[in-house]
Design a binder for this molecule. Sequence first.
Ligand SMILES: [Fe+2]
Ligand SMILES: [Fe+2]
Length: 223
Amino acid sequence: MKKHMLTVSDIRKDDTVRQLIKHADSYLESIKFTKHGEVHASNVSWHAKDILLKLGFDNREAELAAISGYIHDVGNFINRQNHEITGATLAMKLLDKLGMDLKETLDIAQAIGNHDEKSGIPVSNITAAVIIADKCDVHRSRVRSKGTIHDDIHDRVNYAVKKASLKIFKKKKIIQLALEIDTAIAAVIDYFEIFLSRMVICKKAADFLGCKFELVINGNKLV
Ligand SMILES: [Fe+2]
Ligand SMILES: [Fe+2]
């Protein structure tokens, strides 16, 4: 039987997906983590697709990256610990119920299961795109309350980011994250303390896609 070619628009409309994202974000709010709701899901989805399209990869692969990006953090509603694994398992059940082809379901589950920098490995184009899109979603709008920025280095570093642009240079084979940081709020070294492991996995993911990852902060190329 021919299975349904699900798109990210189908996924966004699904009530279970909406509830999963809402519950995951509420859980993270209760443990004082940055915002992981619909905006983060949409940003990661959009950038994951954009990375693959701009680098000339297959349209369907880019659509699967968009779906993976949209639901990559749903496992957080169970527990932050191992949320990538629980999220991958949930995605299998969810996408199967929605009638997705098994191979596509497995590709998406794999991307979700490998998106976290603690244990993730960029094993496919979809996985690599989701990793980069997720780790590069840093911005002050993700901080829930300005009141936490003095005590919480994660919030402070996110809050210091006034502008973040993820740029893809196909000919030069460069994926670049350009940040504008308010150094009166957080020093560049604070950024590195928190984001080094994320930048390392971005570099590996860019390598997988045949590109170099660059980080530019306040106009200075750092890696
Ligand atoms: Fe995550
Ligand atoms: Fe995320």
